[in-house]
Design a protein around this ligand. Sequence first.
Ligand code: NAP
Length: 321
Amino acid sequence: MSAIKLGIVGCGIAVKELHYPALMELQDLFKIEGVTSRTEESADACAKLFKTRSYAYDNLLDRVDAVDIAVPTHLNYEMIKKALDARVNVICEKPIAENVDTGKKIVELANSSEAMLYIAENYRHSAVYAKAKEIMKRIGKPEFVLYSRFQHMEKDVKYAATEWRKNPKHIGGFLSDGGVHDIAALRMVMGNIIRVKAFVSRARDYLGSCDTMSASLLFADGALGTYSVSYGLAGENIFCISGTEGFMKIRSDRRAIEVITEKEGKELGVEEESIEEENTYKKEFIDFYEVVNGKENSLGSPAEALEDLRVIEEAIKSSEL
Ligand code: NAP
């Protein structure tokens, strides 16, 4: 299989800090043909980094087999549409869209296109969640999950400082930007979430929107869960699943899972499964390459990415009722 001619769309934090290092290790799979961005300045700096040239988007599309889109989320629809219309394959950063309505339109575009759309959700490539799913049978029937994420951001943290996050057009600001990762992880391990009810609040005025949420989840198999998240407050990250025969704790650095089995209230054993260090961005580009070359698109599925966003949007909207 030959290298994919890839164009880079957007030259911000995701491209420079996450995609560039991964793509540099995958030069046999991807040949970077050019970049485009909003400002000439940024495009030129990025072209220099990738040792290529910058182009207007239409011209870039004429030169490539695929584009890597990492722009403010509310621009995904127009960027994806242009590429698919030009029969250019797309890998686009999560969340799929700024809201579910636009996300649905993107899924329709993808379903009717001859080119392929892959939504890059790096948590779907994280070995720890696949391992946790495997461990599930050791803890019996899952009954309850506790998931908390605290990512306290000061005003000058790079993500908080981007203009499009300060004035978000994407629902719930950081709650959807970061929240889709958490829902992807929860769904990978626990299956689909069929109902959600939440309250939201705003702890920091500089974060652009609500930044804190407490949600109750109902999973398709009847298990319950709580999802607590804050981008404005500090706290402890927890992912703990309780089943009828024990429980497991996923370490917050995602490098180990502790499994505690029990019977009739008595502890039977404690084991720790460790996870090798990995670059999930590199894994998603490898998967994208394989999907372009005919593999089924399960980890980059637009419909799955839409479902992650649907849960977050439903949670935020439930708090308004
Ligand atoms: P960012 O640093 O603000 O970068 C956004 C880039 O988009 C900038 O280079 C900007 O151009 C460019 N842009 C803006 N408007 C444009 C337009 N009309 N045409 C072309 N380019 C345009 O944002 P970011 O943090 O990289 O986020 C980008 C995407 O990556 C988002 O979807 C975000 O959710 C995702 N992301 C994912 C992860 C992850 O862990 N998976 C982490 C971070 C971000 P200029 O530089 O020219 O202004």
